[in-house]
Design a binder for this molecule. Structure first.
Ligand code: AMP
Length: 540
């Protein structure tokens, strides 16, 4: 039997229309060097229409890509809503990628227009001539000072483009399964891979952000969205906030503990989202400069495991609940959220809260061992986590990556167990990337580069814990007999191949890299040896 229900497609245009009228008084507040800059969702709606007219005039039609190279701010929110609502595809460029990767992803996505913040011009300008598909560059604000564009590329100010345009726009009907936005994962090996979110996936994911068993974003909240809009869609907060009528506090480029503490005191947000390093930095700052951050009801923390000590400190010292969550760019990114079952009490609640969280009904998860056998979700069996669901990707854009999927299940590369009541506990990663300050450093890329040095026989890179950045790389090197290269020489050798923040400062010489039974580097063993203090580590 066919249902009798209406098939109205789920779309970003609906979220835009609804948020800008029903929640017209909610606000996006952007932090600037002279304090907060306020804009209502009503104004955002009118400016979105103006931006849509402007982009059409620049020739943006169909599913063409409009890229952003921006901090979290009101203009980025406008772009988030406008580009998909007009049927085009938003591509959020990660400003922290190495220049070659920025060039690769922009060309791969075929970005036509790039919208850039003035403060990010120095990062974009050097790579712009290499981006072959770009036709227009738009600088937010009212000046293009400091930016020269290649011949044939249009240069505009954002405010100049919007000025005088109609404040309404005939948002087209779009297929809910069509692409709305795309993000590239930082490649662990090889080039970054693109994930394309649909209108439907973003809509459903936004509803999950507002679910009481999920992050529970509520109407009237003020959400401090520190998680970048250029990384995993700011965890979906911009769309969810517009949908539910929560206001947004956008920190722009002010991501250091001091301005974060200042904006919390000044504007009293009651919800927040960021990777653990941000909260750890804030916690350290608060220890020296006590500040009341208790306006925060809950903060959503994921992207890397949250240290229990941090959760305890936030709760006990500041009255703020950390809500631990797990996800990936590939999962929109919200996978599991560690809200304990209602019946749990006392220490039991904490045990649940330390986990990576409970999967919602929409995200199915299973564990698979090396031989491909599906393991029970019994809280004991450990295997690679595979997930599927309406906001989980089932391919990558324009590349064949069949090894990342098993039928329609995404192989996450994360290893752990799942309890019968649906909580994920991660124990390791199959990919050995280093998560430094919420960003990836590929151990394989570092190894390959170090092993490119003529004096190096072998090199293996593992993640080691770091107070400030969560993790940093440790390079374990085997030198060739008779070599005179120093570790400083090796680091210099890498300096033109990696971004500065990716360059490893921790080095150790070892006689041989331990190997697994199939001859691969045994990083598990290396990590264990490091923990046992077997290495003499040099800090450069
Ligand atoms: P990204 O796509 O950059 O967001 O990175 C996704 C990866 O981050 C996952 O596959 C995990 O390895 C890691 N990750 C995310 N959340 C957590 C968490 N709560 N605990 C441990 N690792 C996490």
């Amino acid at each position: 039997m066919q249902s009798t229900m209406n098939d109205l497609p789920l779309s970003i245009a609906q979220i835009l229309r609804y948020g800008s009228t029903v929640h017209a008084d909610a606000e996006v507040i952007t932090w600037t060097d002279s304090g907060p800059r306020h804009r209502t969702y009503g104004e955002v709606g009118r400016r979105a229409a103006q931006l849509a007219h402007a982009l059409r005039d620049l020739g943006v039609t169909g599913d063409q890509r409009v890229a952003t190279f921006m901090w979290n701010n009101a203009e980025h929110l406008e772009t988030y809503l406008t580009v998909p609502a007009m049927g085009a595809v938003l591509h959020t460029l990660n400003i922290r990628l190495f220049p070659e990767q920025i060039v690769y992803v922009a060309n791969h996505a075929e970005d036509r227009v790039i919208i850039v913040d003035p403060t990010l011009i120095p990062l974009l300008a050097p790579v712009l001539p290499e981006i072959k598909t770009v036709e227009h560059v738009v600088v937010t604000g009212d000046s293009t000072a400091g930016l020269e564009v290649p011949d044939g590329v249009g240069l505009h100010t954002y405010e100049g483009l919007l000025a005088g345009r109609p404040e309404t726009f005939e948002w087209p009907d779009v297929d809910e399964r069509s692409g709305a936005a795309m993000c590239y994962t930082s490649g662990t090996t090889g080039d970054p891979k693109g994930v394309v979110y649909s209108h439907r996936s973003i809509y459903l994911h936004s509803m999950q952000l507002c679910s009481s068993s999920g992050p529970n974003l509520r109407q009237g909240d003020l959400a401090l969205a520190i998680v970048p809009q250029f990384h995993a869609m700011s965890w979906g907060l911009p769309y969810a906030a517009f949908m539910i009528g929560a206001s947004l506090l956008m920190p722009d480029r002010f991501l250091q503990p001091e301005p974060i503490a200042t904006m919390i005191t000044a504007l009293r947000p009651n919800f927040g989202a960021a990777v653990p390093t941000i909260w750890q930095g804030l916690n350290q700052y608060l220890a020296a400069r006590p500040t009341d951050i208790s306006s925060l009801r809950e903060v959503l923390v994921g992207g890397a495991a949250v240290p229990p000590a941090l959760m305890q400190s936030f709760e006990n010292d500041h009255g703020v609940t950390i809500l631990h969550a797990w996800g990936m760019t590939e999962t929109s990114p919200l996978g599991s959220v560690a809200r304990p079952p209602a019946a749990a009490e006392g220490d039991e609640r904490w045990r649940y809260r330390y986990t990576q969280g409970r999967f919602p009904v929409q995200v199915e998860a299973r564990l698979v061992d090396d031989a491909g056998t599906i393991l029970p979700n019994d809280g004991a069996a450990v295997g690679e986590v595979e997930v599927r669901g309406p906001w989980v990707t089932s391919s990558y854009y324009g590349v064949d990556a069949a090894d990342k999927f098993s039928d329609d299940w995404l192989r996450t590369g994360d290893v752990g167990s799942i309890t019968p009541d649906g909580y994920l506990v991660l124990s390791d990663r199959t990919k050995d990337v280093i998560k430094s300050g919420g960003e990836w450093i590929s151990s394989v890329d570092l190894e390959n580069a170090v092993m490119g040095h003529p004096d190096v026989l072998e090199a293996a890179v593992i993640a080691i814990p770091d107070e400030k950045w969560d993790e940093r790389p440790l390079v374990a090197v085997v030198l060739r007999d008779g070599s005179t290269a120093t570790m400083a020489d090796l680091r210099d050798f890498l300096s033109d191949k990696f971004a500065k923040w990716q360059l490893p400062e921790n080095w150790t010489l070892i006689p041989e890299v331990p190997k697994t039974s199939v001859g691969k580097f045994d990083k598990k063993r290396l990590r264990a040896e490091f923990r046992e203090g077997a290495f003499d580590v040099t800090h450069l």
